[in-house]
Design a protein around this ligand. Structure first.
Ligand SMILES: [Zn+2]
Length: 278
């Protein structure tokens, strides 16, 4: 008799444990579904929400509970929920000063900007070229700096696909691909191929010391007036995938550069996917 009782007790206990588990399971499933629905409802009204990215928003939000919904949508649209150099697409708005080239958007090997023009001799070394509008603006900027006794000189500007290919592979051979990827673009992924990016020095220091110069301070305060933005900063490293480059400026035009400054937008990716993505 006692033996049977024991069996019954074990059976009842097992059933109870099982029931509780099932109830808890269902509860957590429905509350998950509820959370998902709440998130979708609250992000659907965000201006740059995309139906096609819905499941990525949900996943990214779960992994980044500290982010507000606006940023979840923006970052997923930029693509940083994916690994760099995956899901690569053709560059956006090619042939314009709004072009987007980064680790997710690539230029063809035969992409050469239309109207390349040499920067004025006194503000560059070795015949460096930019797209004419950017070159003219760079000349004005360097001239203005010169009037304040500061020296801004282009040491690298337009670079062809083949040039970047060589450069990148030299770095890979020296430091390995993982390290090289933090400071050098893979061929087709360099902004220099757009003819809108320029690396500068102040003539007396090498470009990699530019960040410590008075000229760097001046550029940070004034470059936007000439349509240039500081492209790779500590703040936006998680978006661009590059370590900071105080010497690398990108021409986007005065309008965009001013708006980015006004709104304190740290990366061109954020600007692009807020205002230019259709
Ligand atoms: Zn550069």
């Amino acid at each position: 008799m006692l033996h049977l009782d024991k069996k019954i007790i074990i059976l009842i206990t097992s059933i109870m444990i099982l029931s509780v588990s099932i109830i808890l399971g269902i509860k957590s499933m429905t509350s998950n579904d509820g959370q998902k629905k709440d998130l979708i409802d609250s992000i659907k009204n965000i201006k740059y929400y995309k139906e096609a990215n819905q499941s990525r928003y949900i996943k990214y939000q779960k992994e980044n509970l500290n982010l507000n919904n606006d940023l979840v949508v923006l970052y997923v649209n930029i693509g940083i929920d994916k690994d760099f150099y995956t899901d690569i697409k053709p560059s956006l708005r090619p042939g314009t000063k709004e072009i987007l080239v980064n680790k997710f958007y690539v230029l063809q090997s035969d992409y050469i900007p239309n109207d390349l023009e040499e920067i004025d001799d006194e503000y560059q070394v070795g015949g460096k070229m930019l797209v004419s509008e950017a070159a003219a603006s760079f000349n004005q900027m360097a001239k203005k700096a010169q009037q304040e006794n500061l020296h801004i000189r282009a040491v690298s500007a337009y670079r062809s696909y083949d040039y970047q290919d060589n450069l990148y592979h030299r770095y890979v051979n020296r430091d390995g691909q993982t390290k090289a990827d933090t400071y050098s673009a893979r061929p087709g992924h360099s902004e220099h191929q757009t003819g809108l990016a320029v690396d500068v020095d102040n003539v007396t220091q090498t470009f990699d010391n530019f960040g410590n110069t008075e000229e760097a301070l001046w550029m940070r305060a004034n470059a936007y007036k000439y349509g240039f933005i500081l492209r790779y900063t500590k703040e936006n490293e998680f978006i661009t995938g590059y370590q900071e480059e105080p010497w690398h400026y990108r021409y986007v035009g005065v309008q965009i550069a001013s708006k980015m400054r006004e709104e304190n937008i740290s990366s061109y990716e954020e600007y692009y996917f807020k205002y230019l993505d259709n």
